[in-house]
Every structure is written in structure tokens, then in C-alpha cells.
Ligand binder design. Structure first.
Ligand SMILES: NC(=O)c1ccc[n+]([C@@H]2O[C@H](COP(=O)([O-])OP(=O)(O)OC[C@H]3O[C@@H](n4cnc5c(N)ncnc54)[C@H](O)[C@@H]3O)[C@@H](O)[C@H]2O)c1
Length: 307
């Protein structure tokens, strides 16, 4: 029987389905023990991970039987995909399966931040009643700049245009927008920085995108935008972001991903009550519904592959 190793959490009913067809070893904490994973991996033909398992050279060199890696999520920056390609190991992300969850996060955090809800909340629970001292604006007819116009970027555009936002999209690998459902204008990065009231990042973390939004990017922003990053930490320079906030170049930010995860004190100590920001622990794509979709999708793909 084909042997499958799962090193992070998977939806229970999807696991039960997998157990009917394969010899499955499931240990949702195995990602914490790289040494053990290195010795175990040699026996397995299939591996299923989320984003915490570092599927690096040390593991892959020992993965003598491995033919398939299923990723319960989208970004592949924790997997040495180049090595997998050379060794003909198929790497399967759960493309699109958590796009709705991320899009809902982007629209809800945009609305909260443009309305300055974190600041109103902070003032109110301190008894300040900041009804006229904090000014908020509406989302309707504002410009949303989307950087990275792939599956999630497009889903965010779809959700946002229904809420009255005008969409500008930057993605050098997208030459035209064919989909009639999506009302967006392809733009330069400069135009996005200059015209956007909200900027949302939907890029993979690569050598090209690392540190892409930095001090120079912030210096080009004219509308004091809200910045939202649900893609990967390291794409926005965190220190430049905080400086831009204190210089009033941006008016708020929502971060779901961080340069170092779990978040480190050297960063979160810079976040003070009363700042117009929302910080969350890499959950924008994780909901009950998306967990089921993602897990079922990977179970189907691995079953098809070995059949
Ligand atoms: N926080 C979460 O829970 C969560 C959930 C899902 C996905 N993500 C992240 O979101 C990212 C986007 O996901 P997706 O499904 O839309 O991926 P995708 O591959 O469909 O889209 C990424 C887009 O980025 C574009 N791109 C690549 N390099 C670029 C560059 N230098 N400049 C501009 N555009 C560039 C690509 O052309 C592509 O269209 C993933 O890589 C993943 O890291 C995070």
C-alpha cells in the first residue's frame, strides 16, 4: 500500500477518506521535529504539509521514494521546488481553495481601517468618546490598488468592486484582463502608489518580490493609503512600514503575515494601542470552510496521482 506522511493539521473527514486508500501516518506536530522527519521520510511516497514544514534539501535528499508533495495552502516558499522539479517530485498546491477567505479578510480589514474602527474602539474603551476627534471616510468610489493579480488578487477585485471600490491592478505577468466579471484597470506600480486609497498585496515570496514595498515605495504614495498584506512577510519592509505610518504617509495597515512567524517582540513592541492597524496570526486563508476545501482538494489530487 502506498505510504503517505502528513506533518501538519488536516481536516478530519478528509483524513478519514485518505485512510481508506493509503497507509497514512498523521502527526500534526511533526513539522517541529526536523531530525525525526529526515529519518522517517525515506519510507514515504507521498507527503502532505502546510506552511510550517520546511521541505528543504536535508529532507528531500533522504526522500528516496517520494513522488508527490501536497501543500494544504498556496505559497510554495517552504518547499525546494527546484530540487523537486529535478527529481520529478510533483508539488501540488491547493490553488484557489482559500481565495474567498483571503478576499473576505481584505474587504473586512479595508472597511475597518478606512472607518478607523481600531482607533474608535481604543478611545471608547478608555472612556474618551472620540466621536468628533477621529475622522473617518467611506470606501465607496475609493481606489484599491492590487499588487499581484493572480487567483487571490482577482478574487479580491471581484469582492471589492461589488462594494463600490475602483480597482487598479499591477502584475507584469498579466498582459490583459479578459474576465468580464472583473472590472479592473491594469496599471503601473507608480500609478498604484500615487492613486490608491487602499493597497493590497497578493504576491508570492521570491527573490524579485522580497522587500518590494519599501521606503521608496512609501515615498510615492500620495493618498495616505491603507496597506494590507495577506501574502508573505518580507515582501513589505516592516520597519519602513512603521516609519511611513508615524510620518503620516499611510493611514493604517493590516498584516496577516510577518517577516518572522510567530511574530517577534522586536516588531510587536512597535505596535501601540490607538494605532489604526490590525495584526493577525496568518489566518486570512484559514476558515472552517476553506480548511475543508483545501484538505478535500489535496486528498483528491493525491488519490488521482497514485491511481
Ligand atoms: N495569509 C494566508 O493565509 C494566505 C492564503 C493564501 C495565499 N497566501 C499567499 O498569497 C499569495 C498569492 O496567492 P495566489 O493564489 O493569488 O497566487 P497566484 O500565483 O495565483 O498569484 C500570484 C500573482 O503574483 C504575480 N507576480 C509574481 N511576481 C510578481 C512581481 N514581481 N510583481 C507583480 N506581480 C507578480 C504572478 O504573476 C501572479 O499573477 C501566495 O503566494 C501565498 O503566499 C496567503
Amino acid at each position: 500500500m502506498t505510504k503517505i506522511l502528513i506533518t501538519e493539521f488536516i481536516n478530519q473527514s478528509s483524513l478519514e477518506n485518505l485512510n481508506k486508500k493509503f497507509d497514512v501516518k498523521y502527526d500534526e506536530k511533526l513539522y517541529e521535529n526536523e531530525k525525526q522527519l529526515i529519518t522517517m521520510i525515506k519510507d514515504y511516497e507521498g507527503l502532505i504539509v502546510r506552511n510550517k514544514t520546511q521541505v528543504n534539501l536535508d529532507i528531500l535528499k533522504n526522500a528516496l521514494k517520494l513522488k508527490f508533495i501536497g501543500r494544504l495552502g498556496v505559497g510554495l516558499d517552504n518547499i525546494d521546488t527546484e530540487y523537486c522539479k529535478n527529481k520529478k517530485i510533483h508539488v501540488q498546491p491547493a490553488t484557489g481553495m482559500n481565495a474567498d477567505s483571503v478576499a473576505e479578510y481584505v474587504i473586512s480589514s479595508s472597511m475597518s481601517l478606512i472607518k478607523k474602527i481600531p482607533m474608535f474602539h481604543n478611545g471608547t474603551i478608555k472612556g474618551e468618546w472620540p466621536r468628533t476627534t477621529i475622522k473617518s471616510i467611506e470606501i465607496n468610489q475609493k481606489n484599491l490598488g492590487i499588487i499581484g493579480f493572480g487567483i487571490i488578487g482577482k478574487k479580491v477585485a471581484e469582492y471589492s468592486s461589488k462594494n463600490g471600490l475602483k480597482i487598479l491592478a499591477y502584475d507584469p505577468y498579466v498582459k490583459e484582463i479578459n474576465d468580464k466579471e472583473i472590472d479592473a484597470k491594469l496599471s503601473s506600480l507608480k500609478e498604484i502608489y500615487e492613486k490608491s486609497d487602499i493597497i493590497s498585496i497578493h504576491l508570492p515570496l521570491t527573490d524579485e518580490t522580497k522587500n518590494m514595498v519599501n521606503e521608496f515605495s512609501f515615498s510615492q504614495m500620495k493618498n495616505k493609503p491603507i496597506i494590507i498584506n495577506t501574502s508573505r512577510g518580507g515582501i513589505i519592509n516592516e520597519s519602513d512600514l512603521i516609519k511611513a505610518y508615524h510620518k503620516n504617509i499611510i493611514s493604517g495597515f493590516a498584516l496577516d503575515v510577518f517577516e518572522n512567524e510567530p511574530i517577534e517582540s522586536k516588531f510587536y513592541h512597535k505596535i501601540k494601542p490607538g494605532m489604526n492597524c490590525i495584526l493577525t496570526p496568518h489566518i486570512s486563508g484559514v476558515t472552517t470552510e476553506s480548511n475543508i476545501r483545501v484538505s478535500d482538494f489535496i486528498v483528491k489530487k493525491i488519490t488521482d496521482f497514485f491511481n
